[in-house]
Design a protein around this ligand. Structure first.
Ligand code: C5P
Length: 212
């Protein structure tokens, strides 16, 4: 099965790129961050603490795919809680199994594009195409601020930057499946690349692989 693994820190442009690659190549797309967010959202709804591993695991076990598209998963509060539940190894095992099942039998049957933090390193280390999409923290914070403001949320650049950097640290320093580029990943720095240029560069890399 063709799997394109896309990893990188928040607001680097992974989601936009992954969706576009999937649509262009006729593959199914899975946003693995939405799994962690859905678990975190359910923990919050249940009035439990995201740092309580038992509460997080219980919600991971009853993950409902229908929750994944909920707009209320996209808030900063849920993002923060997602990075906390993501530190728990049993939660990761549960969600990794979900992602591997998707990669092995995507709904369309042709292949999958999965984005996240550990797709090329842990979830699908055998994926032939691996991209690590990154950008400077300042540029990512600028984009996230505009995105939040575009949704009518109050967002102050300095606070967004601080939040992103705290989440980067949490994702990079955790003991299990930390955010890191796989040794065989193609690194795409989008600091100075717009969405079209990033898509062109990624498509060149992917089609170059199948030609080789
Ligand atoms: O990508 P997104 O911002 O939606 O991810 C939310 C959080 O979920 C991340 O900060 C990270 O802690 C966690 N996550 C993860 N592994 C993934 C995807 C997301 O740990 N594959």
């Amino acid at each position: 099965m063709l799997v394109i693994a896309i990893d990188g820190p928040g607001a680097a442009g992974k989601g936009t790129l992954a969706k576009r690659l999937a649509a262009h190549l006729g593959l199914d797309y899975l946003d693995s961050g939405s799994l962690y967010r859905a678990v975190a959202w359910r923990v919050i709804q249940a009035g439990a603490d995201p740092a309580d591993p038992a509460a997080a695991l219980a919600e991971a076990k009853r993950l409902d795919p229908a929750d994944l598209g909920r707009p209320d998963l996209r808030t900063e509060r849920v993002a923060r809680a997602a990075a906390i539940v993501a530190q728990s190894p049993p939660v990761r095992t549960e969600l990794t199994d979900f992602q591997r099942r998707f990669a092995a039998s995507p709904p369309g049957g042709k292949g999958a594009v999965i984005d996240g933090r550990d797709i090329g390193t842990v979830v699908c280390p055998q994926a032939k195409a691996k991209l690590f999409v990154t950008a400077s923290a300042a540029e990512r914070a600028r984009r996230r601020t505009l995105e939040l403001q575009g949704r009518g949320e109050k967002a102050i650049y300095a606070a967004v930057l601080e939040e992103l950097e705290a989440r980067d640290r949490r994702d990079m320093e955790r003991a299990v499946a930390p955010l890191v580029a796989a040794p065989d990943a193609h690194v795409l720095d989008t600091t100075d690349l717009g969405p079209d240029a990033a898509f062109t560069a990624a498509l060149e890399y992917v089609t170059g692989l199948s030609a080789s």
